[in-house]
Design a protein around this ligand. Structure first.
Ligand code: EQ3
Length: 321
C-alpha cells in the first residue's frame, strides 16, 4: 500500500483553498459573551425562518427535555446566566449535560430555547442591549457568505458551546439512541454523476441518501476514514457508523460532476462536487460541497474528505492541483 491517511488528506489539495467560514467564526470568538448571544439571535432570526418546521421533531427534543424543563422553571436572571455560561463554555453541570448532547440535539435545544424566548417563557436578549460595533462586523461578514456557509457558521458556533466533554467518558444513561430525522425529499436511487462511474462512489451516495449507513460503511476498508468539513479524520467502521447516525441522517446529497484518476498502484483518486441539503433547512438551503475519495485497488473506500467549497465557482473546479 503506497498511501496513508496523511497522504490521502492531500489528494486534490487545490480544493482546500481558505474558507471564509473559520475566519468568520474566529471573529465571533472575539466577541464578549453577550455579543455572541446577540449575534446568534440576529443571525438566526434571519436564517431560522427557512428552517423546515418538522426538523427538530418531538423525539429529538425529548433528549433535551430535562434541561429545557429545568431552564423554564428558573427566574429570567438565572435563564440569562445559563445562556451566558453556555456561550462561555465553562464547567457547570448544565454545560456538561449540553456537552454530551449530539450535534442535532444541541441544535434542537437552542431551537426550542429560541421558540420559548419568542413566547416570553425564557428571557430574551436583555432590554436596552446595544449592538456593539463588533457584532456589526461579524454580521456583515456573515451576510457576505452564501446561505450554506451561513448555516455552517451558525451550526459550528452552537456546537462549540457548553463544556467540552470529549475527554470525559459518557455515562450509560446518555447512550440513548439517536432519534430519526424524517426525510422531506424522496430518496434518490440510481445516482448519476457526470464523469464518474466508480461503483463505490455511486453506491456511497445511494446508501447515504437512504440513511442506510450499514451499506455505506460496508464500502469502506476496515481502516478506512471519513473526514468531515473542518475536522480530523474519523477512522474505522465503528467510529464512522456512530458519526453517521448522529450527523448524517436525512441529508440529501446531489453530486453533480467529478473526475477519477487511476494511480500506478491501481488505486483511484476521485473528486466529486455538488450540493448537499440538511434536514434542518430542507430545499431552502443548498451547501456547495466537494468529496475527495481515495479508492483502494480492490474498489473499497480508504478515505473520503468532505469539504465546504469557498464559493459556488469551486463546483466547476475539478482541475488536478
Ligand atoms: C435562540 C438563539 C437564536 C439566540 C441565542 O442567544 C443563541 C442561540 C444559539 C440561538 C439559537 C440558534 C439556533 C437554533 C441555530 C440553529 C442552527 C442550525 C439548525 C444549523 C444547521 C446547520 C446544518 C449544517 C450546516 C449541516 C451540514 C451538513 C453537512 C455538510 C454534511 C456533510 C456530510 C457528507 C456530505 C457526507 O458525505 C458524510 C457525512 C457528512 C455529515 C460529513
Amino acid at each position: 500500500m503506497t498511501y496513508t491517511i496523511e497522504s490521502a488528506q492531500n489528494i486534490f489539495s487545490g480544493t482546500q483553498i481558505p474558507s471564509p467560514i473559520p475566519a468568520t467564526i474566529a471573529l465571533f470568538d472575539q466577541l464578549s459573551v453577550d455579543d455572541r448571544l446577540a449575534y446568534l439571535w440576529y443571525a438566526y432570526t434571519e436564517m431560522g425562518r427557512t428552517i423546515t418546521p418538522a426538523a427538530p421533531g418531538a423525539a429529538r427534543l425529548q433528549l433535551a427535555e430535562g434541561l429545557l424543563t429545568q431552564i423554564k422553571q428558573m427566574s429570567p436572571e438565572e435563564q440569562t446566566k445559563v445562556m451566558r455560561d453556555l456561550a462561555n463554555r465553562i464547567d457547570t453541570p448544565i454545560n456538561r449535560s449540553y456537552g454530551f448532547f449530539s450535534v442535532n440535539t444541541k441544535l434542537a435545544f437552542w431551537y426550542e430555547l429560541g421558540e420559548l424566548m419568542k413566547q416570553g417563557i425564557v428571557a430574551p436578549i436583555p432590554t436596552g442591549y446595544q449592538m456593539s460595533p463588533g457584532v456589526k462586523v461579524v454580521l456583515e461578514a456573515t451576510q457576505k457568505l452564501d446561505p450554506g456557509q451561513q448555516i455552517t457558521v451558525l451550526r459550528n458556533t452552537v456546537v462549540d458551546m457548553g463544556f467540552d466533554t470529549s475527554d470525559l467518558a459518557p455515562s450509560s444513561s446518555r447512550k440513548s439512541a439517536e432519534p430519526v430525522f424524517e426525510r422531506t425529499e424522496p430518496i434518490t436511487t440510481n445516482v448519476k454523476i457526470e464523469g464518474i462511474n466508480e461503483p463505490a462512489v455511486l453506491q456511497y451516495v445511494e446508501a447515504m441518501n437512504a440513511d442506510n449507513f450499514a451499506a455505506a460503511i460496508a464500502l469502506f476498508t476496515a481502516n478506512g476514514a471519513l473526514q468531515p468539513p473542518f475536522q480530523k479524520p474519523i477512522v474505522g467502521h465503528e467510529a464512522i457508523a456512530k458519526y453517521m447516525r448522529e450527523e448524517a441522517q436525512g441529508l440529501n446529497m446531489m453530486p453533480k460532476q467529478g473526475i477519477c484518476e487511476v494511480q500506478p498502484d491501481g488505486s483511484k483518486q476521485v473528486k466529486v462536487t455538488g450540493v448537499v441539503q440538511t434536514p434542518w433547512f430542507g430545499v431552502n438551503v443548498g451547501m456547495n460541497i466537494a468529496w475527495r475519495f481515495l479508492i483502494d485497488p480492490q474498489g473499497k473506500i480508504f478515505f473520503v474528505a468532505i469539504d465546504m467549497l469557498a464559493s459556488p465557482q469551486e463546483l466547476l473546479n475539478l482541475r488536478r492541483m
